[in-house]
Design a protein around this ligand. Structure first.
Ligand code: ADP
Ligand code: MG
Length: 228
């Protein structure tokens, strides 16, 4: 699914002052392509990802995903659109602490609209298979608190993949992984991108990950510049 941002501005009000984070971003990402977003800490990478995913709304400007202009949707409409089209891996994982790894990965499938919801046994199998692919086949019944940071990150990745989203957003998806696990995750992302045609937007400091992307863009002073 294609992503198009036009004149996207994001400002925060802070202590009576306006803090400008994004100052008019124009960016088009072709359907099925992969883009790495780089930039210094605090430059607005996480903010940009949240706006593209419809988790947050721009102060001005438009975000269009496929044929859908996000500003035309209500909050519920955006949530529904995200549930069927978008996978998101948060920098801080956001796993549900009272659920096991397997249950966490099952959640997006259980929240699917009833018309497309799979049978419980199928949901369990799919979630288990995804956890296997991220190397956690032997951690299915662990709770987040019983997992290392890197393992929690991989559960979050499996949860984002499990619905086969048209677009995957991932905020530093290899940030907590050792080199070997990181390269396994990079392979998995590439596989998803190539096999399923998933559009990928990845915030990363990882040169291996950025190097494999079709394009690299840098955020600096509220603007996006293409660097490759
Ligand atoms: P990055 O991911 O590139 O490190 P962020 O997008 O997280 O940067 O943040 C960009 C800037 O916006 C930071 O200076 C941060 O302090 C500020 N910011 C982020 N969220 C908020 C908020 N809810 N209210 C006020 N300022 C915010
Ligand atoms: Mg960030």
């Amino acid at each position: 699914m294609r992503i198009e941002l036009t004149g996207v501005v994001k400002e925060y009000l802070s202590g009576g002052r306006t803090l400008s984070i994004l100052s008019g971003v124009d960016l088009t990402i072709a359907s099925g392509s992969s883009v790495a977003v780089i930039g210094p800490s605090g430059s607005g990478k996480t903010t940009l990802l949240g706006l593209m995913a419809g988790l947050d709304r721009p102060t001005r400007g438009e975000v269009v995903l496929g044929d859908t202009r996000l500003s035309d949707l209500t909050e519920d409409g955006r949530a529904e659109f995200r549930a069927t089209n978008v996978g998101f891996v948060f920098q801080t994982f956001h796993l549900l602490t009272s659920l096991t790894a397997l249950e966490n990965v099952q959640v997006p499938l259980e929240l699917a609209p009833s018309s497309v919801r799979r049978r419980p046994s199928e949901i369990r199998d799919r979630a288990g298979d995804l956890l296997d692919r991220v190397g956690l086949g032997d951690r299915l019944t662990h709770y987040p608190a019983q997992l290392s940071g890197g393992e929690q990150q991989r559960v979050a990745l499996a949860r984002a993949f499990v619905t086969e989203p048209r677009i995957l957003f991932a905020d530093e998806p290899t940030g907590n992984l050792d080199r070997q696990t990181g390269s396994r995750i990079i392979d998995l992302l590439r596989e998803l991108n190539e096999e399923k045609g998933t559009t990928m937007v990845l915030v990363t400091h990882d040169e291996d990950l950025a190097g494999g992307a079709d394009r690299v863009v840098r955020l600096l002073d509220g603007q996006v510049e293409g660097i490759r």
